[in-house]
Unconditional design. Sequence first.
Length: 295
Amino acid sequence: MATITFIGLGNMGGPMAINLIKAGHELTVFDLSPEAVKAVTSEGAKSAATIQEAVEGAEVVISMLPAGQHVESVYLGDNGLLQQLASTTLVIDSSTIAPETAKGVAKAAIEAGISFMDAPVSGGVGGAKAGTLTFICGGEADAFERARPILDGMARNIFHAGPHGAGQIAKICNNMLLAILMSGTSEALALGVENGLDPAVLSEIMKQSSGGNWALNVYNPWPGVMEGVPASRNYEGGFLVDLMNKDLGLAFDNAVRNKAPIPMGSLARNLFALHANEGNGGLDFSSIQKFYYRK
């Protein structure tokens, strides 16, 4: 078992940290929210007054932060952690950030003699709580092998996508596709309902036909069709529209930088941005259904 510091205990990070405790690891946590810290320390973790204190003696540091600027601040800023971590430390950043940011932090870590891996996740809050996340890792092969037994306690699937930054690239590709699928599924359901079809019946038809996809089969966006998904609890919880917008922005910026055409991704970005601007940013991303059907 490892001595781990976990930084960032939000909707994803908190459950992930708890699963590390359940896996038998010795955990110290840090977050700016006292309530978030309390939720994890009540499960057996230790807390620290400062982020610098939190990483003292850590064999592994895991971070789950909102955006690239937070990752850079934690690791590269004034009193950044790369200045104080031992060279034997393994750093795993599970934030979803720009690939260039991940590569920049990795470069600084390598210069400091520290192993770094970008390891964003897929699976949402439900996967974080259940310990069934998919980790998409970018970094050196030896760092990946060191990370694997740590990630096992939080994951169903663990992939080594390639070198530093590759985890982030794979993640933004996945989430761009997810946004396209959810938007298209919502559009098709709305068209069927406008023509008098039962959304549950139409969903079952499409699930068993060529239109079947993850958004339809597992995360149906129409209220009441599927139990246990955000659509059936007023789109509360899950993966927020604001976070999907962030990821679609990362995909768009990367496509511009690499001159890669993403017409469907660009349209999905515009749709979700408009949906957020209508006051839906705090709802689950499947609430895009409301954009297509407003009755």
